[in-house]
Design a protein around this ligand. Structure first.
Ligand code: GLA
Length: 382
């Protein structure tokens, strides 16, 4: 009995070393990535899993700079868009791989009223020439340095990122305390666990803004990716990309992804919503609305066999197909990221919720911790 147990342990250790497992509670590697203009050090963490996946994430903006996944033949590619250096991220990025907040997506005219008081935010975006606050404003969560602490347990390598957004920052009330644990698991998942607390009531809608291309970053457009979204409705927008307040059934429209369709199939359809977004850039109302962790989206890239499933506790997902990419951002392998070369699946509450009492509330109440989880799970198919 004793001998066989020892054999099992020896075999398990051998198997782990063959697979290159670095996850038996090991801490991620950490190195200096650079400094911001005001001299703050930015750290880069390298997370690995037992199946050979690698993820790099930095403390500036919690930006995921690299995420590798195997294809159906076991060949790895980096499936997220981004740059090689901190300087490029600081200079110009359409939120590549970043955490956005306090409020992911748009708040109309940069204004909302809470408990009888009107708040004014910085308007940093103006689709259809209508100003709005987008993704946190002038200096959002994607442009600040977070405290970072490696956290790992068997089967999981993680980094806990922490940032306190001060009362009044970007015009929002309350000191908002945000902790996000980013993990790479041996189940081939990038997992985000969010915890938000505030000392005053304040709106918040924090999300991950990674651009995925399952063919590998820099390998062309995402129009051949097949998509399935577990949502029967969207929140249609006006020409300023602000929700009208309606919940519109997807049935019979190019927004129906309740069965799988390629992104390219209907993206140029003669449809007013599609014209406003310049393609898909909308919030889907997920069928799962009870706050439990549920499967929301499935993506499949037929030429490589790579698949990604998105699970979330959030009630919505913004599917954006890279309509604003125009080749001006040159990526980490020297290739320009052109029109629709990446896709985002931003799990979230609905855009402009502070101005839509009919939508699920985004108000963080003092004394209560808001918790949320999203998982990007990678696999392959024939
Ligand atoms: C989100 C928005 C888009 C755009 C991108 C960033 O997905 O919905 O309209 O702002 O972020 O370019």
């Amino acid at each position: 009995m004793k001998t066989s147990l020892r054999n099992v342990i020896v075999l398990a250790a051998l198997a782990a070393s063959i697979a290159g497992s670095a996850t038996a509670g090991d801490k991620p590697e950490c190195k200096m990535f650079g400094k911001t203009a005001d001299g703050k050090e930015v750290m880069l963490f390298t997370l690995k899993n037992a199946n050979g996946m690698t993820m790099e994430i930095m403390s500036y903006g919690c930006i995921v700079t690299k995420l590798t996944a195997p294809d159906r033949d076991g060949k790895f590619a980096d499936v997220v868009l981004g740059y090689n250096t901190l300087e490029e991220y600081i200079k110009a990025t359409p939120y590549f791989g970043a955490i956005v907040g306090r409020y992911g997506n748009r708040i109309a005219h940069g204004k909302f009223t809470l408990d009888g008081k009107e708040y004014t935010l910085f308007c940093n975006n103006s689709p259809g020439d209508i100003p709005c606050a987008l993704h946190g404003g002038k200096v959002g969560f994607d442009k600040v340095v977070w405290d970072a602490e490696p956290v790992s347990k068997p089967g999981v390598q993680g980094v806990k990122m922490h940032y306190v957004s001060k009362d009044g920052e970007e015009g929002y009330p309350g000191n908002l305390d945000v902790t996000i644990t980013h993990s790479l698991t041996d189940k081939n998942e990038y997992r985000l666990d969010y915890e938000l607390k505030s000392d005053k009531a304040t709106p918040a809608n924090v999300t991950h803004h990674g651009y995925f291309n399952l063919k590998g970053e820099g390998n062309g457009d995402i129009l051949g990716h097949e998509l399935l979204i577990k949502a029967d409705k969207t929140t249609p927008v006006d020409k300023g990309l602000i929700p009208t307040g309606a919940l519109k059934p997807v049935k019979g429209t190019p927004f129906d992804f309740t069965t799988a369709h390629t992104i390219g199939e209907r993206v140029n359809a003669d449809d007013e919503q599609m014209k406003f977004g310049g393609g898909y850039d909308h919030n889907w109302v997920l069928n799962s609305q009870d706050g439990s962790l549920a499967s929301a989206v499935e993506v499949f890239e037929p030429t490589t066999g790579r698949a990604m499933e998105v699970l979330t506790t959030e009630p919505g997902v913004q599917f954006y197909c890279g309509n604003f990419l125009d080749g001006s951002n040159v990526g980490k392998t020297g290739k320009p990221y052109k029109f629709r070369n990446g896709l985002c699946l931003e799990t979230q509450h609905y855009p402009d919720s502070p101005n839509h009492p009919e939508f699920p509330s985004t108000i963080i109440q003092p004394g209560k911790t808001y918790k949320s989880t999203t998982i990007y799970r990678f696999s392959t198919r024939k």
